[in-house]
Design a protein. Structure first.
Length: 55
């Protein structure tokens, strides 16, 4: 009987390190002072946390 091949190992997305979220610094005012950070969806993996497959 033929064996099933193993599922290819997925690697975490480098920009978000597998979390699916990235942080951006928030700037305010005329002098553009940094006041904090805001999290958002990783645009490289679209929140999946894994490197997308090459099609």
């Amino acid at each position: 009987m033929a064996r099933k091949s193993a599922k290819p190992a997925t690697k975490p997305c480098p920009p978000c390190k597998g979390t699916g979220e990235v942080s951006r610094t928030v700037h305010v005012g005329r002098k553009r002072r940094p006041v904090g950070e805001q999290t958002g969806l990783c645009l490289s993996c679209l929140g999946a946390g894994e490197i997308p497959a090459d099609d």
